[in-house]
Design a protein around this ligand. Structure first.
Ligand SMILES: Cc1ncc(COP(=O)(O)O)c(C=O)c1O
Length: 360
């Protein structure tokens, strides 16, 4: 098999060991003679996956007993509605920090169920920065304060959690979940779609403080009420069983690697290497100031955009896939989630150096 490094922003590359284990167990899950995707979600076998995955995730992030870990469907986009549907039963105000595309989507979806109040925005810098915490105007009556921990398209990441007290903090960690330690006790809700850092699409993990469960109005569909999941061990209806199983393999793999601290070291080392290559000359550039740069998604442009197509074609031929930037911004983007090995970044940096020498 040809070695390919896949820099897609999600669905994205998973750790090879996880893929190999899924492959080895594909037809016969631990001696049952059945594939994990063929067994009942209500059976003893699948329950062991549910229990182990929750225990591993709790251990990885130090999730305390006052939090529930839920597995839901509907993508991270579903959470943009579930959060206000559950926390703003009467359409109350909610505060949002607008730092780019995904926080914008959260606001757009949220506005259908709550009164969106923008606490801060980095629109003036074309969403290449994070407004300083002191400048945020958080309505003290807001039901929650929402921010996007990593803007996948803009390549802007919060490197510290926002300080201060106030409304419960809600964070979309879809594109940097499990890539660093997080003090869960300071959050009301953390959610993350699986398809970047820990699994296939079709699954979202929600870590929610228990006192925030049970606030939805009775008109909210049961499927969108956190209480339905909390009360049924996330088995309200048939979950995305195969995605959940692969997520469970990923959690176990991260634990074997040494936990989220090791994922953080990896992310820092890999992204640092790529940013150094971008900054080394004037052929490539990234417009995000160093303190806001994402370790997960590295957007960059070529000095001469007329070379973009050639760059992408040659990269593909060299086994470096999915480097095109998001359709709304163009340019390039390399996503470096937990599944990306150092060798992938090395290969990309070597290719970029070679391309710049030939075409610069
Ligand atoms: C930060 C962030 N939030 C939300 C989403 C939307 O995720 P989904 O497609 O699972 O709804 C994405 C997808 O890329 C994302 O990067």
């Amino acid at each position: 098999m040809r070695t390919v490094y896949n820099f897609a922003s999600g669905p994205a590359m998973l750790p090879r060991a996880v893929m190999e284990q899924a492959q080895a167990e594909f037809l016969d899950w631990r001696g049952t003679g059945m594939s994990v995707m063929e067994i009942s979600h209500r059976g003893r076998e699948f329950q062991s996956i549910v229990d182990q995955s929750i225990a591993d995730l709790r251990a990885l992030l130090g999730v305390g007993p006052d939090y529930d870990v839920l597995f839901v469907q509907g993508g991270a986009t579903g959470q943009f509605s579930m959060v206000p549907l559950n926390l703003c039963p009467g359409g109350e105000p909610a505060a949002y920090v607008h730092t780019g595309h995904w926080s914008g989507k959260a606001m757009e979806n949220g506005a259908r169920h709550c009164e969106v109040r923008v606490a801060a925005s980095s629109a003036a810098t074309n969403f290449s920065t994070i407004p300083p915490r002191e400048s945020w105007q958080v309505d003290p009556g807001a039901a929650y304060l929402f921010y996007t921990a990593n803007e996948t398209i803009g390549g802007v990441e919060f490197h510290d959690m926002p300080a201060g007290s106030g409304p419960p903090l809600v964070s979309d960690m879809t594109s940097n979940f499990l890539s660093r330690p997080v003090d869960v006790s300071r959050f009301g809700i953390i959610f993350a779609g699986a398809q970047k850092n820990f699994g296939p699409a079709g699954l979202v993990v929600v870590i929610i403080r228990k006192d925030l469960i049970g606030r939805a109005r009775s008109t909210v569909p049961l499927l969108y009420d956190y209480a339905s999941y909390s009360g049924h061990n996330s088995l309200l209806n048939t979950p995305a069983t195969f995605s959940w199983y692969v997520a469970a393999l990923s959690f176990a793999w991260i634990r074997r690697q040494g936990g989220v601290e090791v994922m953080e070291e990896n992310a820092r080392r890999r992204s640092g290497r790529l940013y150094r290559a971008i900054d080394a000359g004037d052929f490539y550039s990234n417009s995000v100031p160093a303190q806001f740069r994402s370790r997960m998604n590295v957007p960059f442009t070529l000095k001469d955009p007329a070379l973009d197509k050639e760059f992408l074609q040659e990269a593909r031929a060299a086994g470096l896939e999915a480097l095109a930037g998001h359709r709304t911004v163009g340019g390039m983007r390399a996503s470096l989630y937990n599944g990306m090995p150092d060798a992938g970044v090395d290969a990309l940096v070597d290719f970029m150096g070679d391309f710049a020498r030939r075409r610069g």
